[in-house]
Write a protein that binds this ligand. Structure first.
Ligand code: SF4
Length: 472
């Protein structure tokens, strides 16, 4: 095996390079970073070639941030355009195998750091490029030839970014005319199980992967070229519920891949058995109980959502491969799906988006709702969000009055129940664990006749079985 100035091993995958230990930062929130894989005819690829356009590592100043683009070209008898996204999704893994080099995110929001220790061992990005290509060719043998160009010159990176965004757009548009009901199989991906062991990624024509990198066509191409690889076919089975997007085949795979932790995944539901969230989602959705609506915040947004929480804290709560009811990680392209959270009101339930995200996806937001969705410019907290939604007569406002009436009714009922003698069942009943739900904290107060009274405000609780046992 070729010698490299740093070690290469999957054990470096979780390595974090903090500010104090970093030599340089590439891309990320203070600059812009990009990665792209393109298929090319074999004779147009100079195998193993690394080109650097702009300052190389030795020309960079310690502690600085530089713009960054990586364009990989791949060739091989089995290589086709549909494989580009799948190969691109592995850039994250292989770069993170390199000691002292940290890679986060994907596509047009790549963020990398090179540690001081690793920068001491190499003065150019060349060995790094060669190491990554060696990993690609070893792990994905259908890649016969590969070359890479690293861009650090600001103007060049900008140019590459523009071109790449067009390419991503074309890729994402491929599933526009294909829907879940038109196909017999969906695709699964287990790549993120390395850090989110119960994550079950299901990619259907109407639901792009959470990382945004793999759509139905990409899953199909990957499963074909590497049947033993991380992307595989899921026979969708029988349709159980068209509204939530529940299929027997998906439920079976959910059970199997989560080691029985979940037995259902409903593809287009936000609240009931939602899709699991691994951690590399592009956007996270969050329920706002005070307005009975859903807000979405994207990875690039640096501010706070109206609930006072930023993307990274929400991502921490949502990720890990769990079904967290009330939070949902998605790929940006899922906003373009005609089945976008259709089981829970679709766009009529969306109440808040950061302005940068709203602008980016404006073309897919139904015109009758677009002006009724607040951004950080209209609402920075729950109070101002409520006022905005009321002023715009957002569809969720109609549900508030009904919820209040229901609440009043419940309070009356509670009074009646408190006055009545409590009959305890003699047989054993067991309290189920509640689905985790980001609701307003339950209010607990001592009842006049003893015991406690618990009031949940605007909460949805599903209970499959309740066991109450008499205290002996
Ligand atoms: S988010 Fe899903 S599709 Fe994307 S890499 Fe992870 S497991 Fe695969």
């Amino acid at each position: 095996m070729e010698e490299f100035p740093f070690e290469i091993s999957p054990m470096y995958e979780g390595e974090r390079i903090r500010k104090e230990g970093m030599f340089v930062e590439l891309g990320g929130p203070k600059s812009f970073g990009l990665e792209l894989v393109r298929a090319k005819p074999m004779d147009e690829i100079e195998d193993d070639k690394v080109k650097i356009i702009g300052p190389d590592l030795k020309d960079m100043k310690e502690g600085e941030t530089y713009p960054w683009a990586m364009i990989f070209h791949i060739g091989g008898e089995l290589v086709e355009t549909d494989l580009e996204s799948v190969v691109e999704r592995r850039v994250h893994d292989f770069i993170n195998y390199c000691q002292g080099i940290m890679h986060l995110n994907q596509r047009y929001d790549v963020w990398m750091r090179v540690s001081k220790d690793t920068a001491k061992k190499m003065d150019s990005f060349e060995p790094f490029g060669k190491a990554v290509m060696m990993l690609f060719k070893t792990e994905l043998p259908f890649i016969e030839k590969m070359q890479v160009t690293f861009y650090t010159d600001e103007e060049e990176v900008k140019k590459q970014m523009e071109t790449a965004k067009e390419i991503f757009k074309v890729r994402d548009a491929r599933t526009k005319d294909l829907h879940d009901e038109d196909v017999e199989v969906f695709y699964g991906c287990t790549l993120c199980q390395s850090f989110a062991p119960t994550n079950v990624c299901v990619v259907s024509p109407d639901r792009v992967s959470l990382c945004g990198a793999i759509n139905w066509f990409d899953g199909r191409a990957a499963a074909k070229v590497d049947p033993e690889g991380p992307q595989f076919e899921i026979a969708k089975g029988d349709l159980l519920d068209a509204n939530t997007g529940e299929y027997t085949g998906v439920n079976e795979i959910a059970k199997k891949l989560s080691s029985n932790e979940f037995d259902k995944i409903k593809l287009h539901s936000f609240f009931q058995s939602p899709h699991t969230s691994c951690g590399c989602f592009e956007v996270v959705g969050f329920f706002i109980p005070e307005v009975d609506g859903i807000g979405w915040v994207n990875r690039e947004y640096q501010g706070m959502a109206p609930n006072g929480i930023g993307f990274s804290t929400m991502a921490g709560q949502t990720g890990g491969g769990k079904q967290i009811v009330g939070f949902l990680g998605i790929g940006v392209n899922y906003f373009y799906s005609p089945k976008f959270i259709q089981a829970d009101g679709g766009w009529n339930r969306v109440v808040w988006l950061p302005s940068m995200l709203k602008e980016k996806i404006a073309e897919t937001i139904p015109p009758e709702i677009i002006d009724k969705i607040a951004t950080e410019k209209d609402a920075a907290d729950i109070q101002s969000l409520k006022a905005f939604l009321q002023e715009k007569n957002h569809p969720v406002v109609a549900t508030w009055a009904a919820a209040e009436e229901e609440e009043e009714g419940e309070e009356e009922e509670e009074v009646a129940v408190t006055a009545a003698p409590v009959m305890m069942p003699s047989a054993g009943y067991q309290m189920p664990a509640m689905a985790s739900m980001p609701m307003a904290m339950p209010m607990m107060s001592a009842g006049k006749t003893g015991g406690i009274k618990i009031t949940f405000k605007k909460a949805k609780i599903s209970i499959e079985r309740m066991v109450i046992s008499e205290k002996k």
